[in-house]
Design a protein around this ligand. Structure first.
Ligand code: BGP
Length: 471
């Protein structure tokens, strides 16, 4: 393929602390919301961490980070997205002093990345708030969380300012609409949570995010701070104007988050939305000023698109957190997520048309069941041509978007090393270029093996996209 990727395009992979670090109670780490969610981000929570929670051990990155980062370097990664476990730094969230051992761990990880010329891309909060903040304050419904988050980000920025240039404030911040506990540490069940409390919690997060951007710019003039949203293009199922308007409405429920991050204020359509929901946001003096601290770039996850319709008899699709209606033109993954590479070009174009801000694709990939086999030399591997196909087709569309004029900073595939799934907490839903020998029954050696896609991605990076194949 003729590549249009810039020479400084940031190729890499993405992870989240709770899904791969393990060591859930080591070196002073406190409990997080994930430690009591053994069945995934939509599942029920337990009183205490239970043995069946795969995240407690994860893939043991905490003890194996050197080996793993070496493998990323072998693939030629320019960037590695990881998150910091808030409860490693502030075990209860409202502590006055940070936990030195937690800080030291990330120092070591960043040093290891930098040794190979890999830029860390850090998500400050990725679906794991200290559990104490959920229990004691009902998470982000409480304005006090802004202060705890501020203390946390100040600690991170002052400690890592010379090591980390790229920061994301909250993972998929719009997902709070669907998973208020995991995304916003809100203990009130989704069914009982009023729209008033939900949008007040959202307001607190948005203020905290803008505040982090402000502080980040002050403390690290060269840093780039972005928001991160779950991007899922919403197509009208039919040309019926009712479907078209419904799609617009659903799209806006998500765009509200990036609109505020980029434009620094609530958009005009929020007025009607709040009237209809009977929501009245309580603003503290100074909130509007803080929101004016806009992000440097917009990052997002992209796995699939969905359709919308007012026809309630249409089949709904399984999907990444956000519900929707099946698209008859698309095939789906083994987990029922519809595969739509052109939807990525569409998402990139619509976001760029709207904001004209650099975009960063920080998650994309295929969760699939892999089979460990031996190659002709007797090495264990996975022949994951399906994953190669998926990533190739999406990257071809990224190249098209660049040709369309969209400014794209980089691309990090989700779960570049196998890790625990967020939605189902399974290990058999694998995304990686690197196979990790750990199974859902807890068996496995935790050994790492290069999959066929490992070599494929290495080539894509080395050729800056030239090796991709258009159909
Ligand atoms: C995103 C989350 C990730 C991640 C990914 C894949 O929504 O930000 O944490 O896991 O989806 O989802 P899953 O693990 O459920 O397959």
């Amino acid at each position: 393929m003729i590549s249009n990727f810039n020479e400084d395009f940031l190729w890499g992979g993405a992870t989240a602390a709770n899904q791969f670090e393990g060591a859930y109670n080591e070196d002073g780490k406190g409990l997080s919301t994930q430690d009591v969610a053994p069945k995934g981000i939509m599942g029920p929570i337990t009183e205490e961490p239970t043995k069946d929670n795969m995240k407690l051990i994860g893939i043991d990155f905490y003890h194996r980070y050197k080996e793993d980062i070496k493998l990323f370097a072998e693939m030629g990664f320019k960037v590695f997205r990881l998150s910091i476990a808030w409860s490693r730094i502030f075990p209860n969230g409202d502590d006055l002093e940070p936990n030195e051992l937690g800080l030291k761990f990330y120092d070591d990880v960043f040093d290891e990345c930098l040794k190979y010329g890999i830029e860390p891309l850090v998500t400050i909060s990725h679906y794991e708030t200290p559990l104490n903040l959920a229990k004691k304050y009902n998470g982000w419904t409480n304005r006090k969380l802004i202060g705890f988050y501020e203390t946390y980000v100040r600690t991170l920025f002052s400690r890592y300012k010379d090591k980390v240039k790229y920061w994301l404030t909250f993972n998929e911040i719009n997902s709070i609409l669907h998973i208020p506990f995991m995304s916003g540490a809100v203990m009130t069940s989704k069914e009982e949570l009023t729209k008033q409390d939900l949008y007040q919690a959202i307001h607190h997060e948005l203020v905290a995010s803008a505040l982090a951007t402000k502080i980040g710019h002050e403390m690290m003039p060269n840093a780039m701070i972005g928001c991160m949203v779950l991007a899922m293009p919403v197509y009208p199922l039919t040309p019926n104007p009712d479907d078209v308007l419904k799609a617009l409405e659903t799209d806006r429920s998500n765009l509200l988050f990036s609109d505020i991050h980029v434009r620094g204020k609530y958009p005009p359509y929020a007025k009607r939305l709040f009237e209809e929901y009977d929501v009245s946001i309580v603003m503290a003096s100074g909130d509007e000023e803080i929101l004016k601290n806009t992000v440097d770039f917009v990052s997002f996850s992209y796995y699939m698109s969905v359709c919308e319709t007012t026809d309630h008899t249409r089949k709904s699709t399984n999907g990444n957190i956000m519900p929707g209606v099946s698209n008859p033109y698309l095939k789906e993954s083994e987990w029922g997520w519809q595969i739509d590479p052109k939807g990525l070009r569409y998402a990139l174009n619509t976001l760029y048309d709207r904001y004209e801000k650099p975009l960063f694709i920080v998650e994309n990939g295929l969760g699939a069941v892999d089979q460990l086999v031996e190659d002709e030399k007797g090495n264990k591997t996975v022949l994951d041509d399906y994953r190669i196909q998926y990533l190739n087709d999406h990257l071809v569309q990224v190249n098209e978007a660049i040709k369309d004029g969209v400014e794209i900073m980089g691309y990090t595939t989700w779960g570049c090393i196998d890790l625990v799934s967020a939605s189902t907490a399974e290990l058999k839903k694998r995304y990686g270029f690197i196979y990790v020998d750990r199974n859902d029954d807890g068996s496995g050696t935790l050994q790492r093996y290069r999959k066929k896609s490992f070599h494929w991605y290495k080539e894509v990076i080395a050729t800056n996209g030239e090796s991709l194949k258009e159909k």
